[in-house]
Write a protein that binds this ligand. Structure first.
Ligand SMILES: [Zn+2]
Length: 229
């Protein structure tokens, strides 16, 4: 089980160092298209993985409906999931997705409606976007967060937690087929402590030196699979 023991090792909370956020990636793709083209011509110019997939609705419906944990919103658990946060690979309802955008900002979470356009985005998916939902899913995210003792019924603030930030990066690295140059965060600080520090731009690990001595109890290897591509 990897532990971040080197004091200089820092989790980057935002992807400015090694990658654009998904939101910015798609904004740039759109901007890179020359003006005056028909939607069809635009599609031809885009890399294959960023061309709109015509059967995305049925693929997403299948992903959502075939797994009980994806069917309902990961946050409120009462509404049917009709949106996704690609950043975390999770199925979520529109209301909770809006809250997530409020907390994370539009660059911090990339929300898309699953089946039909909404005020949060359009329901046109490409192959690259679909991979986030195929490789991710509510069960996996929930399990990862539970490893850090962060329960999903805690508010959407948990998406600011460094464990969630790490998960998001690990998921993306796996999809991009690149090595993630950071290790999973250590356990030992609470959600409240973590988000308090992060909101002030401080790495909580530097404030809890005893974290370094805490060992991961139990066999959680499976939960960390996503980090081991
Ligand atoms: Zn919800």
């Amino acid at each position: 089980m990897p532990q971040s023991e080197e004091p200089e090792l820092r989790i980057q909370y935002y992807p400015e160092v090694e990658q654009l956020s998904l939101f910015d990636l798609y904004t740039q793709l759109q901007r890179s298209l020359p003006p005056g083209l028909t939607p069809q011509q635009q599609q031809q110019l885009l890399p294959q993985q960023h061309r709109i997939v015509t059967n995305s609705s049925s693929r997403l419906r299948n992903l959502r409906d075939s797994d009980q944990s994806n069917l309902y919103c990961i946050d409120c658990k009462s509404n049917l999931a009709d949106h996704a946060s690609l950043t975390y690979g999770i199925f979520i309802c529109g209301e909770c997705a809006e809250q997530q955008i409020e907390i994370m900002g539009p660059h911090g979470t990339f929300i898309k409606p699953l089946f039909k356009n909404s005020n949060l985005g359009n329901a046109q998916w490409d192959e690259y976007q679909l991979k986030f939902m195929e490789r991710g899913g509510n069960y996996q995210f929930r399990k990862f967060m539970l490893y850090y003792r962060i329960r999903c019924k805690e508010s959407t603030k948990r998406y600011c937690h460094k464990a969630a930030q790490y998960y998001s990066k690990a998921l993306r690295a796996q999809i991009d087929g690149v090595h993630l140059p950071i290790k999973p965060p250590t356990k030992g600080f609470t959600l409240e402590e973590s988000s308090f520090f992060i909101s002030r731009g401080i790495d909580p690990e530097n404030f809890f030196p005893q974290d370094q001595e805490q060992s991961n109890k139990g066999n959680d290897e499976q939960m960390m699979d996503i980090s081991q591509e």
